[in-house]
Design a protein around this ligand. Structure first.
Ligand code: MN
Length: 274
């Protein structure tokens, strides 16, 4: 089992719209899980940009697609004006789609690869959310955990239409089927939403290796009870491992904190590749 550790223990500086400087403190982990032979998830956490992409496609091409999608968003990890967040995200997704398209054109063995993409881009106290597929974003605010994204899956649409119940989702034979993914072949409109961040908010981005395995109650308990984001992502990955981790699992936990109240970070845990 390989656990990837990413640089953490730094506060990302957030600009200040409302007179109160805010920073983002985050933790990131991506784990291959217990069954898969490779990690097809890709993740990025920078000063302003946070991305989770879950690649799919046979013969390890999923990791090509997820990495290409993340790479297409990287230029956004800079100062993007608040009123341009959504257009910048939308443009980046178009760029990612055409990159994937060109890659498949150049190498037909890549045909069928695709990726989910769920990302948050901060500017001041605003954040843009872009979403395609079944990775998820959640927000914790005032002690409540809410899901910000809507899965682009067959089971979610059946659920929305009242054709199946929540209990039937876990055992549905086509529960893995995506209705929308970024693949460069199909016209793919992402969901876009502009949000207002508040001091005290906590955000989670994760691949389905977490929420498809761990119960919503367990995920909420970790989000509500584990104060430090590094520990929170470690505990979330542990939930997936405890559940058999049939898939790669990737989590970013990002806390919005008043800049003046940041405390020294505790000692970093030792990387434990085993
Ligand atoms: Mn997955």
């Amino acid at each position: 089992m390989t656990t990837h550790y990413y640089p953490f223990g730094k506060d990302a500086v957030m600009a200040d719209d409302a007179g109160e400087p805010l920073t983002i403190r985050y933790g990131v982990r991506s784990d291959i899980g217990l069954v898969r032979e490779g990690n097809e998830d890709a993740v990025y956490a920078g000063g302003r940009l946070f991305v989770v992409a879950d690649g799919m496609g046979g013969h390890a091409h999923g990791e090509v697609a997820s990495a290409a999608a993340v790479e297409a968003l990287l230029p956004l990890d800079t100062q993007v004006p608040g009123d341009e967040l959504l257009s910048a995200l939308e443009q980046a997704v178009l760029r990612a789609g055409s990159t994937l398209h060109d890659m498949v054109e150049a190498d037909s063995s890549l045909s069928g690869m695709g990726t989910t993409l769920t990302a948050l881009l901060w500017s001041g106290s605003r954040l843009g959310l872009v979403h395609i597929g079944d990775s998820r974003a959640y927000r914790v605010r005032d002690g409540e955990v809410s899901q910000l994204t809507h899965d682009h899956t067959l089971v979610q649409s059946l659920l929305d239409d009242g054709e199946i119940t929540e209990d039937e989702v876990a055992t549905h034979p086509k529960r893995m089927m995506l209705l929308r993914a970024l693949d460069g072949e199909h016209n793919c409109a992402p969901d876009l939403e502009l949000l207002q961040a508040r001091a005290g908010d906590r955000y989670l981005l994760c691949s389905d290796g977490l929420h498809g395995v761990a119960s919503p109650d367990d995920v909420s308990r970790v989000l509500l009870e584990v104060p430090h984001p590094d520990q929170a992502v470690a505990d979330l990955v542990e939930l997936a491992i405890d559940g058999g981790a049939p898939d790669n699992v990737t989590c970013i936990v990002a806390d919005v904190v008043p800049a003046a109240k940041t405390l020294p970070f505790p000692a970093s845990p030792e990387p434990a590749d085993a």
